[in-house]
Design a protein around this ligand. Structure first.
Ligand code: HPA
Length: 274
């Protein structure tokens, strides 16, 4: 049940406005190990999540838990270093609360990134994948509960959850930088266990190319609020059962560490073009 209302959103937004007069155009949610992008902002104001009214705090290693306001490639952005996952025990509406706050601050675009397991066997760890669509396998939805018509419609259209316009720009920018960009469907699961090999075979049959434990609640909330979304997954490992080796968070962090300069170049190149 959605217990966060317009007044909670406004209180959080008000607090952030009191710390920075910057009006962000683009919201950036950085996945595991990818918060490094925050170091490249200019005129940065850093706000710890625990200071922001109604914000949860993230509990995962590799997720710092702070909001950054600043300029990236000259453009005002709001960057989340660390995000909230449902496996941490947060409800989907709390997981996606920062997206509501971004919208209240004026953002009209969301660039969401994550680390994901490669389900498509053509992929390799270290690949970057443009998210063309998602499948919400969490069994949860941040919009459950009374609808606030001020925020969006009761039954939001999800036929273009990930903007075609933004995807075309991402392909162009990646090509210009000589970066191979895969493209595919992101399956969002609850976690925190990684999947079984049987679950991965099922996900593949059902049309998934990558699997992860974030993103879907945030993107649903963004679309509800009319925010245009671009999503990029860093394929941090092959999903369970593809290689004869166990999965670990250490491998996820190692791979994101390895690709981060390529990833950083892509996102920085994208921002002025979106
Ligand atoms: N499965 C689910 N989530 C993930 C994975 C995975 O293999 N890799 C990184 N996040």
């Amino acid at each position: 049940m959605n217990l966060l209302t317009g007044s909670h959103i406004e209180e959080a937004a008000q607090y952030i406005r009191s710390k920075s007069s910057l009006q962000p155009e683009v919201g950036l949610i950085m996945g595991s190990g990818l918060g490094i992008l925050g170091d490249h902002l200019e005129e940065t104001v850093i706000i710890p999540y625990h200071d922001i009214p109604h914000f949860p705090v993230s509990t995962v290693e590799g997720h710092a838990g702070e909001l950054l306001l600043g300029k990236l490639a000259g453009r005002p952005v709001l960057l989340m270093r660390g995000r909230f996952h449902m496996y941490e025990g947060y409800g989907p509406e709390l997981t996606a609360f920062p997206v509501r706050v971004m919208k209240a601050l004026g953002a009209t675009l969301l660039l969401v990134t994550n680390a994901a397991g490669g389900v498509n066997t053509d992929f390799e760890p270290g690949d970057l994948m443009l998210i063309s669509d998602h499948i919400n396998f969490t069994g949860r939805n941040p919009l459950i509960g009374p609808n606030d018509d001020e925020l969006g419609v009761r039954f939001p259209d999800m036929s273009e959850a990930y903007s075609k316009r933004l995807r075309a720009i991402a392909r162009e920018v990646a090509a210009g930088q000589g970066i191979t960009l895969r493209e595919g469907v992101y399956a969002g699961l609850l976690g925190p266990t990684y999947e079984t090999p049987a679950e991965i075979r099922m996900l593949r049959v059902l049309g998934s190319d990558a699997v992860g434990m974030s993103t879907v609640a945030e993107v649903i909330t963004a679309r509800h609020g009319g925010i245009e979304v671009l999503g990029i997954s860093c394929i941090s490992n092959m999903a369970a059962g593809i290689l004869d080796q166990p999965l670990s968070h250490a491998e996820v962090m190692e791979t994101t560490e390895r690709v981060k300069s390529r990833f950083l170049g892509l996102v920085t190149g994208l921002i002025p073009r979106l």
